[in-house]
Design a protein around this ligand. Structure first.
Ligand SMILES: *Cc1c(COP(=O)(O)O)cnc(C)c1O
Length: 241
C-alpha cells in the first residue's frame, strides 16, 4: 500500500525513491528539453505529499480525482509546488477545481473545454490545459483520436480563457515496456507537428507522458514531463480503500 504515515523509515524511502528517479532522469538523453518530474499523489495523504514537496524537491504534484483533491487541498503546502489535475474530469466538477490547479492534463472534448473556459472566465483566469490523446486508439479510454488533434486545437484556440500548453497521453497497458516506444514515438511526432503551427492561445511545449513503469522509454522518445506515483510512494492497494 502506498505510504500513509510519515516516520523516519518512510521519509527515507520517499527521499531515496525521488533521488534515484531524478538521477535516472538526468542520465537519460532527452530530445525535448528539461524533463519535469510530477509526483502522482492519489491515495497519498497530504502530510506525506508535503514531505516530498518541502524536503525532496518535488515541484509538481498531480491528483486524479476531484473528491480526493478537495479533501486534501486545505492541508497541501503549495508554496513552491504546482498542483495539476491529471485524471478524467467530469464537466460538472470543473467548477470545484478551476481556482485550485495550475494545469489540467486531461482535456479531451469540446464540452469539457467549453466548461473550463466558462468557469475560468467567471474567476478571471486563463486556465492552462493539455490535450489528452488516446494514442492506442483504445475503445472506452479517455483522450481524443490522434487524427483529430489539429481540428481540436483549432477549436480550442477560439476559447479566450483556455490556453493550451501541450499534450498528454496514457499509453496502453502492455506488459512489455519496449512495445510502448511506438506509442510514445507517435505522440512525440504529433507534438512536433503541432508545436510548429501557429494557433492563437496555443503553445505546444509540454509533452506529459510516462509513468513508473515507462518513464525511461517515454523520455527517450520525447517526453518532457513524467507522472510518477508508485515509484515514489510505493504500490497502491485499492482493496484497503
Ligand atoms: C496514477 C497516475 C499516474 C502514475 O502512475 P504510477 O504507475 O503509479 O506511476 C500517472 N498518470 C495518471 C493520470 C495517473 O492517474
Amino acid at each position: 500500500m502506498s505510504i500513509q504515515i510519515l516516520n523516519e523509515e518512510t521519509k527515507e524511502i520517499i527521499r531515496n525513491n525521488i533521488e534515484n528517479i531524478k538521477r535516472e532522469i538526468a542520465s537519460l538523453s532527452s530530445k525535448n528539453g528539461e524533463v519535469k518530474l510530477l509526483a502522482a499523489t492519489k491515495t497519498v495523504p497530504a502530510s506525506v505529499i508535503n514531505y516530498a514537496t518541502r524536503e525532496c524537491g518535488i515541484s509538481y504534484i498531480g491528483e486524479n480525482k476531484v473528491q480526493e483533491l478537495l479533501e486534501k487541498y486545505e492541508e497541501l503546502d503549495l508554496t513552491n509546488t504546482e498542483l495539476h489535475f491529471i485524471g478524467t474530469l467530469q464537466t460538472n466538477k470543473v467548477k470545484y477545481i478551476i481556482d485550485k490547479v495550475s494545469l489540467i492534463h486531461s482535456v479531451d472534448s469540446e464540452k469539457l473545454a467549453r466548461e473550463i473556459d466558462k468557469q475560468a472566465r467567471k474567476i478571471g483566469k486563463v486556465m492552462d490545459i493539455l490535450v489528452e490523446i488516446n494514442i492506442g486508439r483504445e475503445e472506452n479510454k479517455s483522450g481524443i483520436d490522434p487524427d483529430k488533434v489539429p481540428e481540436f486545437l483549432e477549436f480550442l484556440s477560439s476559447l479566450p480563457n483556455v490556453r493550451v500548453r501541450g499534450l498528454m497521453t496514457i499509453a496502453p497497458n502492455l506488459g512489455e515496456k519496449e512495445l510502448l516506444r511506438n506509442y510514445f514515438r507517435e505522440t512525440y511526432s504529433i507534438f512536433i507537428d503541432n508545436s510548429q503551427k501557429k494557433y492563437h492561445n496555443i503553445d505546444v511545449e509540454i509533452l506529459s507522458m510516462g509513468m513508473t513503469d515507462s518513464y525511461v522509454q517515454a523520455i527517450e522518445e520525447g517526453s518532457n514531463m513524467v507522472r510518477i506515483g508508485s515509484g515514489i510512494f510505493g504500490a497502491r492497494d485499492y482493496s484497503k480503500k
